[in-house]
Design a protein around this ligand. Structure first.
Ligand code: C5P
Length: 309
């Protein structure tokens, strides 16, 4: 009997604190990366097929790679190889997370495809095995699997749980076009070198999460969280895309408690006091003309979850 399709829903993330340490010998940077999963979702549906195929739908679907560079394809290939089976699956990506936007959209699809293929093929991978495959796929992929809130150490893949009370309200301003994550890290290194601080792991202290930020998450206090939001990649993203400074300003002038670039950008994230305030920040951003569109949502939300199958 042909197995029924499996659909997995997976969230985007925002980094509420992204402390970037020095460049390591392997080309990555050590991080203290506090992730929060937020309610923008992709859905990946796995259906039996004669061979591995990828398709995508949604307004930005034309930007989604349909070859084996797609993390969803790489996830299916990795799981199949480990279990000695053929990756005979069609993965359809319902894309709602901005592409190359600094919200881990590609990573989300990798985690979702892995969970979907595991259910479709009955491979019965343990949570530990799934997390190990995720870490091989990319630094942000393990977090897409677990969702909620977590501190990522190492290059971001070594997760520790973070306690959160209640829900935080966010507005995301989407930009035209994406930013390349490696290019933003390179620009961060270049700016550090130019400022004389050095940029290698030998020059810089080991990154640490802020106790104030963790306390703000634990107590669910948006004003305290606003005061502690920080992203070491922000200066680099703004250096590569100076117009982001206008977007950030438009959101704070529009009533946001705080604004920051999401991950490596170019999406900008705005923390709001409550859902009503989030709506008025979104309106202000739209009328400012400094972004392509806006999305209003909240987090934390769960990680990759089977919704069908
Ligand atoms: O792990 P991932 O494939 O998402 O990383 C993409 C690129 O981002 C890396 O090749 C590297 O240039 C940069 N990166 C980094 N340090 C990290 C994570 C990513 O320099 N901790």
């Amino acid at each position: 009997m042909t197995p029924a399709p499996v659909t997995v829903r997976v969230p985007a993330k925002v980094n509420v604190q992204l402390v970037v340490g020095g460049l390591r010998h392997d080309g990555f940077h050590d991080l203290a990366n506090v992730f929060l999963a937020v309610g923008l979702f992709d859905e990946v549906t796995a259906t039996p097929a004669d061979r591995l195929r990828i398709s995508a739908s949604g307004p930005d679907a034309h930007q989604v790679p349909l070859d084996e560079t797609n993390l969803a394809a790489r996830a299916a290939l990795a799981l199949a190889a480990r279990h000695g089976i053929e990756p005979r699956v069609h993965l359809h990506i319902g894309k709602d997370i901005p592409v190359a936007g600094g919200m881990a959209g590609g990573s989300a699809d990798g985690a979702a495809a892995l969970v979907a293929c595991d259910a479709l093929w009955g491979t019965g991978a343990t949570r530990g095995e799934l997390l190990a495959i995720c870490a091989d796929l990319g630094s942000d992929v393990p977090f897409s699997l677990v969702g909620g809130a977590a501190l990522g150490r190492g290059r971001g893949e070594l997760l520790e749980p973070v306690e959160v009370s209640g829900s935080f309200h966010w507005v995301f301003a989407l930009a035209d076009g994406g930013l390349s994550t490696p290019a933003v890290y390179r620009e961060c290194d270049r700016l550090r070198e130019a400022s004389g601080s050095g940029h290698t792991a030998a020059d810089l202290p080991e990154p640490q999460p802020s106790p104030q930020l963790l306390a703000a998450l634990r107590t669910g206090d948006p004003a305290a969280l606003a005061g502690a939001l920080a992203n070491d990649l922000q200066a680099a993203a703004v250096s590569l895309r100076p117009a982001l400074a206008d977007t950030l300003r438009a959101g704070t002038e529009g009533g946001a408690l705080a604004a920051l670039v999401s991950g490596s950008g170019p999406t900008c994230a705005f923390l709001a006091k409550d859902p009503e305030s989030a709506e008025s920040v979104a309106e202000a951003l739209l009328t400012s003309g400094t972004c392509r569109t806006v999305r209003v949502t909240s987090g934390p939300v769960p990680g990759a979850t089977v919704v069908h199958g």
